[in-house]
Design a protein around this ligand. Structure first.
Ligand SMILES: NC(=O)c1ccc[n+]([C@@H]2O[C@H](COP(=O)([O-])OP(=O)(O)OC[C@H]3O[C@@H](n4cnc5c(N)ncnc54)[C@H](O)[C@@H]3O)[C@@H](O)[C@H]2O)c1
Length: 254
């Protein structure tokens, strides 16, 4: 089965400011490209500075409004600086995509507190810090959309990935609570749960990772996730909050 061919996206995000974490490569870089293609000004943030600058330069050359910013999602100071940058340069923040994530493999009984805590710090605490930093500026602009990139492995378990699964399950629960607390401010909060996606994160996987259990028989192309991010970022999803959107080629249909 072939991956989708790119088509001209609608311009649903003109005048919007978007902050994406983990924007240097993989899914985050693709989300930056898609949301900027729909008219947004995108701040692509990461700790991989060289890759991030190269990605932003490539997208700028294509005529897109994408700027790279250094942001370690575990640092409240970095979050404050990034949101202040959005306020100073555009006066607003409309969309936050909490996409940065890490993974490591350890059997449950060998899991170390250090690895467990590091995984939760990036995958779960990072989005919490981001929501806390971004919500006041979103609220002052009349609302916004927060998209937390979770995983099918926040919904079901995966042997060897205990910290990753716990971090993504907690992120889904965080999403629902944030949706309840921020609805009155016009801020929608949703989780997006991809199945296998071809990115540097799963290059290490032997035997295709989840492909054998995926009815569509392949990993997603990053663009197939970006289309869902664009939907959740735009007013097309204006009645969608507190949900987890599954994009997994049928993995969870078993
Ligand atoms: N690839 C998959 O199969 C898959 C499936 C489901 C969910 N996800 C999730 O999708 C998201 C994107 O992952 P990807 O597949 O593009 O992998 P990736 O490894 O290519 O991208 C992750 C990005 O996060 C960045 N990052 C890591 N720690 C950071 C930190 N402390 N601060 C800021 N940035 C940091 C990395 O530098 C990298 O650019 C992750 O949250 C991941 O858990 C991936």
């Amino acid at each position: 089965m072939s991956s989708p061919t790119p088509s001209s996206p609608p311009a649903r995000l003109t005048g919007r400011t978007v902050l994406i974490t983990g924007g240097s490569r993989g899914q985050g870089a693709s989300h930056a490209e898609r949301l900027a293609s729909e008219g947004a000004r995108v701040l692509a943030c990461d700790v991989l500075d060289d890759e991030g600058k190269a990605t932003a330069a490539r997208l700028q050359e294509a005529g897109l409004d994408v700027e790279y910013l250094h942001l370690d999602v575990t640092s409240p100071d970095d979050w404050a600086a990034a949101v202040e940058h959005a306020r100073r340069t555009t006066g607003r923040l409309d969309v936050l995509v909490n996409n940065a994530g890490i993974i490591h493999v350890n059997p449950l009984l060998d899991e170390r507190a250090r690895d467990w805590n590091a995984t939760l710090a990036v995958n779960t605490t990072g989005p919490l810090l981001g929501i806390q930093a971004a919500a006041p500026l979103m609220r002052s602009g009349g609302g916004g959309s927060i998209i937390n990139i979770a995983s099918i492995f926040g919904v079901v378990g995966a042997a060897g990935y205990v910290a990753y699964c716990a971090s993504k399950g907690a992120l889904i629960a965080l999403t629902k609570t944030a949706a309840l607390e921020l609805a009155a401010d016009g801020i929608r909060v949703n989780a997006l749960c991809p199945g296998g996606v071809s990115t540097p994160m799963n290059e290490h996987e032997k035997e295709g990772g989840v492909i054998p259990q995926t009815p569509l028989g392949r990993r997603a192309h990053v663009r197939e996730i970006s289309g869902a991010v664009a939907f959740l970022a735009s007013e097309d999803s204006s009645f969608t909050t507190g949900t987890e959107m599954i994009i997994d080629g049928g993995f969870l249909a078993h």
